[in-house]
Design a protein around this ligand. Structure first.
Ligand code: NAI
Length: 258
């Protein structure tokens, strides 16, 4: 095989990014747009979603938004089908939308947190994948990336609904990598560490700094774009032999002991 034969471009490919109105989803949608992909953005929050779509179309990217509550399981397949029919194809699916509802295991709201967290972080992934698969199967290089978390590799007090769902995301990723591997479709996940997004915006700056200095090898929080580049590397046509991995993009959080 000649050495530069694998494509490093997603130009013209169609990518779905969920949770694209904020944080890592927004950064991923922008990066894919900048790489020439046609991007379908999904989010529950109509106004910020349309703001991101506008940012992208103003920058000359091909982008369109779909408002969808991913915890409403029945609503997912019709929207994914609509996206596939709108663009005529789906090549890349990034399951990124997420919520965090910390709760002590014996707390009053625990079961609600458990159900909602699993609906958005895990069941929605399965439903988007099931709906997108007929389109992804027709792609010459179908790619699925699920966003898990370092909370699936370690744990934080009161985070059990989140940790359990994110650990499920890794299991789902590995299992589907095996199931879909014979068709050349790759399924991977990213485990972001502490990243500056909407989800962590409420953590005071001094707490962020103390935590990062104590725990992260690079001694700082990450930026959404730094995770987006990890995701991009997994969806390139050239990434065709990478499947079933859980890639930490965590500044070295998971390898630092002291
Ligand atoms: P974010 O809060 O900035 O973005 C999450 C997006 O998901 C928001 O736009 C939100 O509206 C959307 N969303 C939430 N529930 C939804 C629903 N039911 N239907 C449709 N959209 C919905 O947060 P961030 O950090 O960018 O989150 C992206 C992913 O990264 C999530 O899966 C999160 O669990 C994960 N993550 C975040 C880390 C961090 O430090 N920020 C660390 C590890 C993982």
């Amino acid at each position: 095989m000649p050495l530069t034969s694998l494509s490093r471009s997603i130009r013209g490919e169609v990518a779905i990014v969920t949770g694209a109105a904020s944080g890592m989803g927004r950064a991923t949608a922008h990066l894919f747009g900048d790489e020439g992909a046609r991007v379908a953005l999904i989010d529950i929050n109509e106004e910020p979603l349309q703001d991101v779509v506008k940012e992208m179309t103003d920058a000359g990217y091909d982008a369109k938004g779909w408002t969808l509550d991913l915890s409403d399981g029945d609503a997912i397949a019709p929207i994914i089908r609509e996206i596939g029919e709108h663009f005529g194809q789906i090549d890349i699916l990034v399951n990124n939308a997420g919520i965090s509802m910390p709760s002590p295991v014996d707390g009053d709201g625990y079961l609600t947190a458990w159900e909602k967290t699993h609906a958005v972080l895990l069941t929605a992934h399965v439903l988007t994948i099931r709906a997108a698969l007929p389109f992804i199967r027709k792609s010459p290089h179908g790619r699925i990336v699920n966003i898990a978390s370092t909370e699936a590799l370690g744990a934080t007090k009161y985070g059990s609904p989140y940790s359990a769902a994110k650990t499920g995301v890794i299991g789902l990723t590995r299992s589907l990598a095996v199931e879909l591997g014979s068709e050349g479709i790759t399924v991977n996940c990213i485990c972001p560490g502490p990243i500056r997004t909407g989800m962590t915006a409420g953590i005071p700056e001094e707490h962020k700094e103390t935590y990062a200095k104590r725990r992260v090898a690079l001694r700082r929080y990450g930026e959404p774009e730094e995770v987006a580049h990890g995701t991009l590397s997994l969806v390139l046509p050239a990434a065709q032999y990478i499947t079933g991995v859980a890639l930490p993009v965590d500044g070295g959080l998971t390898v630092r002991n002291a």
